[in-house]
Design a protein. Structure first.
Lengths: 286, 367
């Protein structure tokens, strides 16, 4: 630090501070990335290599991927789990958007009375710990004969992501100049025309960001799935845990399963990266 | 085409106590260009939005032609609006922007294209039909916004400060083009602006609003020469009218001079009950260089064609300012003592607002 308060740093000092900050940033990145890196590395190892002392040099093999993807009778297969996840995620995300778009319109573009309270109500539903709700949910699911069905997860994931989607879309819709909607209204567009011709095309990056987050949250969800649908109709996170066995070594297999579980969301995130960053920063750009 | 009528139209925004527009009664004739002018917060934009249907009425009614449109949706009112920021759809091309309303009204594609092309030709927009709004200059965007309104052939055009985002030179040019276009199309137009030059040059009639209340609606000439009250007198005209508070005893005293007024004005003032009046006269009625009133020059603004000479003199024990519009070049400079004469129209206002009398007047030396 420079001597007196308020004094500016010299060029040399500034450079060394920057270098230090850079080093800290790299360290933090590596710290976060290392476990993922190690998981990917382990997934290409033989079980005994993965379980013995860590080494970087080994002959990589795809056998563990074969192991985890080949179906074993009586157990949840990768294929089943993947398609269960796919349907649960797709349906819940589509329903979330179908409900959140008009809700966000009513809160942002044509604010209903007490819209702030409504908005707060939406987010307040996230305050309740999931574990506190699980027993009533389980009883309800049992009474409606929904236990171990994909439908129960579709309903719960929709409910889980809806508040977040309403909040996100509300903040994106708020950025749309009011005059554009009014111009469309005067030009003869009804509610649907305003949404499809004006609001959604402009809020598309925001819509993409919202959809992607819903997909990621639904894809990764474990707690509801393990409580309400642990059987054959279950999803990828449950399938990953089926690769843990009580006997023998399973670290490399589990790593391979985890990598497979990560691939779709990483891929989706990477593809939507540009859109998503624009969407997430939409509120920041005037 | 149709007339537009406000009948005791009132709009009170939720959470406020003073109506943004209060009991507005105004008749806009078929084919007329009516300018609504006023300072910010005067309710001019709200009044326009009442016609558009973008704001609900709390009381009264709005008619387009013979039809009470108070409860009719904006899209069913057969109006077109030009917004201050143009509100062009950013994802659509110029042609799509202009054809948007026609598409919403299910006009066949060929007819749509033909009408867009025709309006684009009139406005000189043909080379830009395939461009997106972000690739246009401010002036071009303004034209597209105009084109989008024209192509619809509506009964009424509503324009909300459509020139305020243009630079000064382009604004003057577009102002003239717009007035010419309106005259050619002869479509009833309600035009909102805070710029009184725009109001005076474009409006067939001008309605001056203040705090939601209509102050006066008349031709630009009448507004300038026969302002209904103190507010209109001070608002219309640049530089503003010179206004001085005086005792109402005759003869009226301004500075160390008396006002020599014509007979009619004298008789009106003699029957005025109050003890104070506001005397007003326009800068062009003030002649600097000779006259009975002694003043000193505060500053001279030479515009090339004319000069605004700001002078100060003692009036009722305090120093007051006045401005004179003189032909350029003007010889005097700041700090000079100079004689001032009044040669033109004098207005007298009740301090509460209304105009009491107007007539010819001049300064006369103290007896």
């Amino acid at each position: 630090m420079a001597g007196s308060a308020g004094a500016r740093l010299g060029v040399g000092e500034r450079r060394s501070v920057n270098a230090l900050l850079g080093a800290v940033a790299w360290l933090a990145t590596l710290l976060f990335f290392f476990p993922v890196f190690w998981m990917v590395l382990s997934s290409f190892k033989e079980e005994q290599d993965a379980n013995t002392s860590p080494k970087l040099l080994f002959s990589p093999t795809l056998d563990r991927y074969d192991d985890v993807t080949s179906a074993t009778s009586g157990l949840l297969s990768f294929r089943e789990a993947f398609f269960n996840s796919f349907w649960v995620v797709t349906v819940s995300t589509v329903v979330v958007l179908l409900l959140a778009i008009p809700a966000a319109y009513a809160l942002a573009i044509r604010p209903v009375p007490k819209w702030r309270d409504v908005l707060f109500f939406f987010i307040s539903t996230k305050f309740l710990p999931v574990v506190a709700a699980i027993l009533p949910l389980w009883i309800l699911a049992r009474n409606f004969d929904l236990l171990n069905s994909r439908l129960v997860l579709m309903i719960l994931y929709t409910a889980m992501n809806l508040p977040l989607a309403v909040w996100m879309l509300w903040s994106f819709f708020r950025e749309i100049p009011r005059e554009l909607v009014e111009a469309a209204e005067i030009d003869g567009a009804g509610l649907r025309g305003q949404l499809t011709s004006v609001i959604l095309p402009i809020a598309l990056p925001g819509l993409a960001a919202t959809a992607l987050l819903c997909v990621i949250f639904a894809w990764n969800e474990y707690f509801y799935a393990v409580q309400l649908n642990p059987a054959s109709g279950s999803t990828i996170p449950i399938w990953v845990t089926t690769n843990i066995s009580t006997r023998g070594n399973f670290l490399a297999k589990l790593s391979a399963a985890s990598v497979l579980a990560c691939v779709p969301v990483v891929l989706a995130g990477w593809l939507a990266q540009k859109r998503m960053i624009r969407g997430l920063s939409m509120g920041a750009i005037k | 085409m149709a007339s537009v009528q406000f009948a005791a139209a009132t709009r009170l925004y939720p959470g406020t106590h003073q109506p943004a527009v209060s009991h507005l009664d105004l008749q806009i004739h078929d084919g007329e260009l009516m300018v609504l002018v006023g300072p910010s917060g005067s309710g001019k934009s709200t009044a326009l939005r009442l016609v558009a249907g973008l704001e609900p009425l709390d009381e009264g009614a709005v008619f387009i032609g013979d039809r009470d449109v108070s409860d009719i949706r904006p899209r069913d009112r057969d109006i077109a609006m030009v917004f201050q920021n143009y509100a062009l759809y950013p994802q659509l091309t110029v042609a799509e922007n202009m054809g948007f309303a026609l598409k919403q009204h299910k006009v066949p594609k060929e007819e749509r294209a033909a009408r867009v092309r025709e309006v684009a030709r009139v406005l000189g927009l043909e080379p830009f039909l395939d461009r997106k709004p972000k690739h246009l200059s401010g002036g071009q965007r303004q034209r597209v916004a105009m084109g989008r309104a024209i192509v619809r052939k509506p009964q009424v055009y509503l324009m909300d400060e459509p020139l305020s985002n243009l630079d000064a030179k382009l604004r003057v040019q577009t102002r003239a083009e717009l007035a010419e276009l309106q005259a050619r199309l002869a479509v009833t137009t309600v035009y909102v602006t805070h710029d009184q030059v725009e109001a005076m040059t474009m409006g067939h009639r001008v309605a001056v609003l203040r705090e939601g209340l209509l102050q006066q609606c008349d031709t630009p000439h009448a507004l300038y020469h026969e302002p209904a009250n103190l507010f209109v007198a001070g608002f219309i005209g640049s530089p503003a009218m010179n206004l001085f508070t005086c005792r109402s005893d005759l003869p009226v005293r301004v500075g160390d001079c008396f006002l020599d007024l014509d007979a009619e004005m004298t008789s009106r003032l003699s029957s005025f009950g109050g003890d104070r009046i506001i005397v007003g006269f326009r800068p062009e009625a003030v002649r600097v260089g000779e006259g009975p009133l002694t003043a000193h020059i505060r500053t001279v603004e030479d515009l090339g064609s004319e000069a605004f000479v700001h002078v100060a003199f003692d009036h009722n024990g305090e120093t007051v300012a006045a401005v004179s519009k003189m032909p350029a070049p003007f010889k005097g400079k700041t700090g000079d003592n100079i004689d001032v004469q009044l040669a033109g129209t004098v207005h007298a206002f009740d301090p509460g607002g209304p105009r009491i009398a107007t007539g010819a007047g001049r300064f006369a030396p103290p007896a």
